[in-house]
Design a protein around this ligand. Structure first.
Ligand code: KL2
Length: 506
């Protein structure tokens, strides 16, 4: 029984749907309040409904690219569909440390013994091909979650937060659908850097989609880079969050470029709890690839809380992070041979790119590079050594007051309940109901007429979003006494998206 009849009625006015299947729902004996002389037959007075809170949304790709060139019907395109779940499962230690956030919840739903079976039920219901979790308490992972997930056919990579924090992130993938090429376990804490004194972490895996028959791999897909993180919560410290994000983007970019060197297009899925609201500067950096940040109040970067009343709020100025972080303002490593992550590679990806973007940028400011070889033919504007006007101020050009990156990323969710102006929420407790969790993916690129004529190499690259599990508006969740509750075991909802990629790009 969920909530009271009154709360059920309230949610019926919302977007409740009384059909379909969603085993996480509970059957409700809905005792209707009709008088005995009711027009309705007696049998309807007590009826069992299955309440479907979250529905699967099939997407008709209208917002992504046009279909690739048609192949003859005899030659079907080999396609690979896969699902990705991102889920902050609420570490029990954090729940207990912040009990004031859950005073609205019956005590029973807050115990780990109650939440754990509901979490596994959710994994088993959806069986995502890739499962990215945040706030996974280490002892709960090793003793309970990992054994269950291993039995379900997942290979899991866990990274605990640094310091005394007991939780971390995990990426699990189905061993019969992907093989692992490399793993990067990122720690955003840097003892030498005041800005990076927080204990957040990230995981980046390079996977290869595989099709198997028995134990034999019969087909392979293009590489897929899967990354997850749980960025700093502190609503005032957008500067720290942006730097943590830049460190994660640098690792993804590094992996994507290594694939490119080998002539492979690497698709990207970046998901997790970013502790930032949609369309705020941190989100904008991810989706528009660029952010002008000079002078921004640090609280505004994630937009979780309006702190504009505070006269003494921290502002962010260029350069945002010191050069010792080893990442430039394009979110790329400056020291390519010494990436800051702990890399363990099963197939040793090529790590010695000689002339990458970061290397060439450093050369640009190197005195020796400006010495003109004696026998160099002088072509005005090409081989003359007249410096560009911007080179007169190398400091300001190097720190452009803007950060950018080279990854093309789009959110799998739209942040509003489709067809309404009601915001979707991914997390809810007594202080906040908001979207802070995301699944970003590298979409299938749009193609111009010229590209089509040129053989259409690009059109089959990238991921096509096929569908997603709907989120809910805040009022629907409050009608169940908020989160966690009998049905949803965390103070976040799971995000689940289905993608398609071409196994062999045309
Ligand atoms: O919002 V979160 O919950 O992404 O689900 O991430 C952090 C918060 C998590 C890890 O630090 O712990 C929660 N007020 C509210 N929530 C808090 C607080 C706080 N003061 N401190 C930690 N968390």
């Amino acid at each position: 029984m969920i909530g009271s009849a009154q709360s059920l009625e309230r949610s019926m006015i919302g977007s409740l749907i009384f059909y379909g299947l969603y085993p996480l729902t509970r059957f409700i004996n809905c005792v209707t309040a009709f008088p005995s002389m009711s027009y309705y037959p007696h049998s309807l007075e007590r009826e069992t409904f299955e309440v479907v809170w979250r529905v699967w949304e099939e997407l008709s790709e209208t917002h992504t690219a046009p279909e690739p060139l048609q192949r003859p019907p005899s030659e079907p395109r080999p396609l690979f569909d896969f699902t990705v779940m991102s889920y902050n499962i609420l570490a029990q230690d954090l729940l207990e440390a912040n009990q004031e956030l859950y005073t609205n919840c019956p005590l029973g739903v807050l115990s780990w013994d109650y939440r754990f079976p509901n979490l596994t039920q959710e994994f088993k219901k959806w069986e995502p091909d890739i499962l990215c979790l945040q706030e996974v308490q280490e002892n709960h992972f090793t003793e309970q979650l990992h054994p269950v997930l291993r039995d379900m056919g997942y290979t899991c990579v866990y990274k605990r937060r640094t310091g005394t924090k007991t939780d971390g992130c995990v990426i699990c993938y189905r061993g019969d659908r992907f093989s692992q090429v490399s793993e990067s376990l990122l720690e955003f804490y840097r003892p030498e850097c005041e800005l990076l004194d927080r204990d957040n972490v990230g995981i980046v895996l390079l996977l290869q989609p595989i099709i198997t028959q028995g134990s034999e791999v019969t087909a392979k897909g293009p590489p897929l880079c899967v990354a997850t993180t749980h960025l700093l919560f502190n609503t005032r410290r957008g500067d720290v969050k942006l730097t943590q994000l830049a460190m994660l983007l640098a690792e993804i970019d590094y992996i994507v470029r290594n694939c490119k060197v080998k002539g492979e297009h690497c698709n990207v899925v970046l998901c997790g709890d970013f502790n930032a609201l949609p369309n705020m500067p941190l989100y904008q950096l991810i989706t528009t690839r660029q952010l002008y940040y000079h002078g921004l109040p640090a609280w505004m970067i994630s937009g979780q809380e309006d702190l504009s009343y505070n006269v003494h709020h921290r502002r962010v100025f260029a350069p945002l992070w010191p050069s010792t972080v080893g990442i430039d303002d394009n979110c790329q490593y400056t020291t390519v041979n010494e990436p800051k992550s702990q890399i363990t590679s099963t197939q040793s990806p090529e790590r010695n790119l000689q002339y990458n973007h970061g290397f060439l940028r450093r050369l640009r400011f190197c005195e020796a590079a400006c010495v003109r070889p004696q026998d160099l033919e002088l072509i005005p504007g090409v081989t003359d050594n007249t410096p560009d006007p911007e080179d007169k101020h190398p400091y300001t050009t190097r720190f452009r007051q803007t950060i950018s990156h080279y990854l093309n990323l789009r959110s799998a969710y739209g942040h509003f309940i489709p067809g309404t102006d009601r915001a979707e929420v991914t997390t809810l407790h007594s202080e906040v109901g908001a979207t802070v969790d995301y699944i970003f993916y590298s979409p299938r690129l749009g193609i111009s007429g010229a590209d089509q004529k040129g053989g259409g190499q690009r059109q089959s690259q990238g991921l096509k979003l096929l569908g997603r599990l709907s989120l809910l508006p805040e009022e629907d969740l409050w009608s169940m006494n908020g989160l966690p509750n009998e049905m949803f075991p965390s103070d976040h909802l799971s995000l689940l998206a289905k993608f398609q990629l071409d196994l062999n790009p045309v």
